[in-house]
Design a protein around this ligand. Structure first.
Ligand code: MTE
Length: 310
């Protein structure tokens, strides 16, 4: 079972009753998802992997996750994004997969969702701004989609592009903050890692618009800005592309952006974090290397010096 209770869990990590009552539904989804996943992954000849590596994680209250957002296309004010995002139309939606692949194409979201059924993954999520949360995502492993389009041997990186929709997105219209559209990228081995998912929902419901509907990336061992929202394009490339935050301030936002308590942001420490929902009297949570997923991902960075590497 993925969710266990733990009497030693700090009060700050215990979920409110409204969320608690939804856990039955979450557990049901988990069981159903696990069954589907076992079958479909066998077909795809991919090794099954339980992404819920931290069995004691309890979700952050949904109200917080859905009302405190970073989505710069809409606003720099976290509390305004939910309202502003509602006018943005996410249906119909398609994703173009292109570049160094055998089977490029533009795929309707419905056909992607029917080909790759979603399962539940409960992950820690750590923003570079030093707040964090625990989110029960629905989604599927990105590697399943990549294997389906068959990367060529020349493919070394995967670039993701968010939607460009200035009519619906005030900050794009004002040409403010970043140069649009929002772009992120992973090395191919990071993109093919079993922990990396394309999310379609949270808390057993379709992904809210403010959280990146209808399809977003989730890379739990990296700072949150890598987890790009509202993806319209996935490109396999032979070289590393420039990415939005890295272009904006390379000394603040590294390409890798692996969660690393040893390397401070130029303006604040990354050694601890504020867990959303915890009060002023609760000590901050100590940030873990790779956000606690080092056992699964550290080997990908074995040649790199983690005392300086961000
Ligand atoms: N994706 C797009 N397209 N635009 C953004 O501004 N913000 C990033 C990431 N993905 C962002 C984005 C940052 S900084 C974070 S911390 C997370 O989304 C926040 O996700 P959430 O609002 O679901 O918590």
């Amino acid at each position: 079972m993925y969710i266990k209770t733990d009497k030693t869990l700090p009060a700050s990590e215990i979920t409110d009753p409204a969320i608690f009552s939804r856990r039955r539904q979450i557990i049901k989804t988990l069981i159903a998802g696990a069954a589907t996943f076992a079958t479909t992954s066998a077909i795809a000849k991919e090794q099954a992997f339980s992404g819920n590596t931290a069995a004691n994680l309890l979700p952050t209250p949904a109200e917080l996750v859905e009302n405190y957002n970073n989505y710069y296309e809409f606003s720099v004010d976290k509390a305004k994004i939910k309202t502003l995002a509602q006018a943005f139309n996410t249906d119909p939606w398609s994703v173009e997969v292109t570049g160094e692949v055998e089977k490029p194409g533009r795929f309707a979201l419905d056909s992607i969702l029917s080909r790759f059924p979603s399962e539940e993954r409960i992950y820690r999520f750590r923003c570079v701004e030093a707040w964090s949360m625990v989110v029960p995502w629905q989604g599927f492993e990105l590697r399943r989609l990549l294997n389906w389009v068959k990367p060529l041997s020349s493919a070394k990186f995967v670039k993701f592009t968010s939607v460009l929709s200035p009519e619906a997105m005030p900050m794009q219209k004002a040409n403010a903050v970043l140069s649009w559209p929002y772009v992120e990228a992973l090395r191919l081995d990071e993109a093919m890692h079993a922990l990396t998912i394309l999310a379609t929902g949270i808390y057993g419901e379709p992904l809210p618009k403010q959280n990146g509907a209808p399809l977003r990336l989730v890379v739990p061992w990296k700072y949150g800005f890598k987890s790009i929202k509202a993806i319209v394009k996935i490109e396999l490339l032979s070289h590393a592309p420039r990415t939005s935050w890295n272009l904006y301030a390379p000394e603040q936002y590294g390409f890798y952006a692996n969660v690393n308590p040893l390397v401070p942001h130029p303006r604040w420490s990354q050694s601890s974090e504020h867990l959303l929902g915890s009060d002023l009297f609760t000590p901050r949570r100590q940030t873990e290397a790779f956000n606690g997923y080092g056992e699964h991902v550290a080997a990908m960075y074995s040649g790199m010096d983690l005392r300086h590497f961000y």
